[in-house]
Design a protein around this ligand. Sequence first.
Ligand code: ZN
Length: 276
Amino acid sequence: MPELPEVEVTRQFINESLSKGDKITKVELRRKDLRYEIPTELKPLIKKSKFITVERRAKYLLWVFDNFQIINHLGMTGSWKALGKNNTLKKHDHVIFTLKNGDKLVYSDPRRFGYIDISKAPYNETLKEHRFLKHLGLEPFDKKFTGQYLKDLSKKTNTPVKTFIMDQKIVVGVGNIYACESLFTAGISPSKKASRVTLEKYNVLVKEIKKTLKKAIKTGGSTISDFKTGDNQSGYFQMHFKVYQKTGKPCEKCGSLIKKIVLGGRGTFYCSKCQR
Ligand SMILES: [Zn+2]
């Protein structure tokens, strides 16, 4: 599943393919729906609009045009790729934007859990009011996302710290991999009650979450040329993990074996000696 870093790299890739003021000259929808129906207004709106930029909110891409915005989620298997004039479309290429030089930006999604919606509200209003966006918590790179922020919110909860930091209403984009890795580097047991984690530990955890996500984005950034050729369909990055899916392997810090438990329905990997 594309996580926040993959979505962020996709955003950067689209912004490299399109410039402010560009027109998308042709829109082709090879299906009427993905997870939901694609709004029929999409085509006429794109025709009369100029591209401004693509922003990201959580795992949503916000294509900002001068008249409207596209809200796009990649679901489980969605990805954007660029195709030159002579490249042929594949089976799961569902939405095709043709640029003025003839190149195409193509949305592929074999499982079709992704979706495309539109908003004609002003940009800021869309961010605050759109049904997909309004319940989202802070961005992990927001200055307001601090140890104190987590400490304050954790007082009202009874959940394990891992479930707490994966709650999208608290902070967005901390997927299972990044939660496991950040808790390991911060030395916090994933099953510890969120309310019992100290402010000092939360300060370290926030720093580790930002660092882990930044590293993943940077790693993804180095594979961005794969996105351009359309070779990389999976959207997964070649990251080095310390605990994630390392069950039975020795911990890098202390040599004890990495354990796996299930927390909130998700496979959770940790070192019982280093994480307390
Ligand atoms: Zn260890």
